[in-house]
Design a protein around this ligand. Structure first.
Ligand SMILES: NC(=O)c1ccc[n+]([C@@H]2O[C@H](COP(=O)([O-])OP(=O)(O)OC[C@H]3O[C@@H](n4cnc5c(N)ncnc54)[C@H](OP(=O)(O)O)[C@@H]3O)[C@@H](O)[C@H]2O)c1
Length: 238
């Protein structure tokens, strides 16, 4: 379905990212995964079908800094070529104190992880693909973007900001081929470190199957949308 297409999964070594990577590999894509940690990349590889390893391209790179992201883009261009699609599954969970008790350095770090890393990734990787026919850029988000989660304020606030980041990017690229969508996973997600949960919860592989659809020609009219799944049963069989 996505045979030979190059897809960057920013945060692909993460909990949700691993399911996205697995599903993209399953449909023939060349999947590019940067991580700040070689160990996380090795762990990711061990979770995936060895028959797909040749199409998995991993790099130690830091998308949390502009310098790191630019250096990675240059290396990618030299060694593999620019991606035609991006899925950004960046951030992670934190829950601790009521908002007014959150230390300023912690606030800054959580916003850096969940919002600034998205900004940097878009700033560096969106321009090279924006004029490519059939290209797509998908931002993964969580239910905290829609509803306040007490004692997880910085996560909810970053997630809400990320939704607007996607809307601004979509509005600014309205006349260009790239399709920029947000996929909101509004349940806890079944992942490698949380393999069990109610049947209503989405899984990382559910997210991956929907990312396959969003990158495919079948989704050619899906652009500028915020797509919300609050139950696994809502996911279409794509
Ligand atoms: N897990 C869930 O239950 C769940 C539920 C609903 C929605 N979601 C959504 O899924 C997305 C990913 O969450 P996750 O649970 O997979 O998180 P995760 O396992 O913590 O992975 C997050 C990824 O983000 C990257 N990242 C974090 N901070 C960064 C920074 N400062 N600079 C560069 N990269 C950074 C990490 O990269 P490195 O590999 O470099 O460390 C990691 O691969 C989020 O949008 C979240 O809201 C998750």
């Amino acid at each position: 379905m996505l045979d030979g297409q190059r897809i960057l999964v920013a945060g692909g070594a993460g909990e949700v990212g691993a399911g996205i990577v697995r599903q993209l590999l399953a449909v023939g894509a060349q999947v590019i995964v940067p991580s700040r940690s070689e160990q996380r990349l090795t762990e990711l590889r061990s979770l995936l079908d060895p028959n797909t390893h040749a199409r998995l391209h991993t790099w130690v790179a830091d998308l949390g800094t502009l310098e790191g992201a630019l250096a990675f883009r240059a290396q990618l261009e030299r060694e593999l070529g620019q991606p035609q699609h991006v899925v950004a599954s960046l951030g992670g969970w934190w829950q601790g104190q009521p908002l007014v008790d959150v230390r300023l350095d912690l606030w800054q770090r959580l916003l850096d992880n969940s919002l600034t890393a998205h900004f940097i990734t878009a700033k560096v990787f969106l321009p090279p693909l924006a004029d490519t026919a059939g290209s797509s850029y998908t931002l993964i988000n969580g239910g905290g973007a829609l509803n306040p989660v007490p004692t997880a304020g910085p996560i909810s606030i970053s997630a809400a900001g990320q939704l607007m980041l996607q809307r601004v990017l979509a509005a600014e690229h309205h006349h260009q081929p790239v399709r920029i969508n947000a996929l909101v996973l509004a349940t806890p997600v079944i992942t490698r470190s949380r393999p069990d949960g109610p049947a209503s919860w989405l899984s990382a592989d559910d997210a991956g199957r929907y990312c396959v659809y969003l990158a495919s020609a079948a989704a050619s009219s899906v652009r500028g949308q915020t797509i919300i799944f609050a139950k696994a049963a809502e996911l279409p069989g794509v």
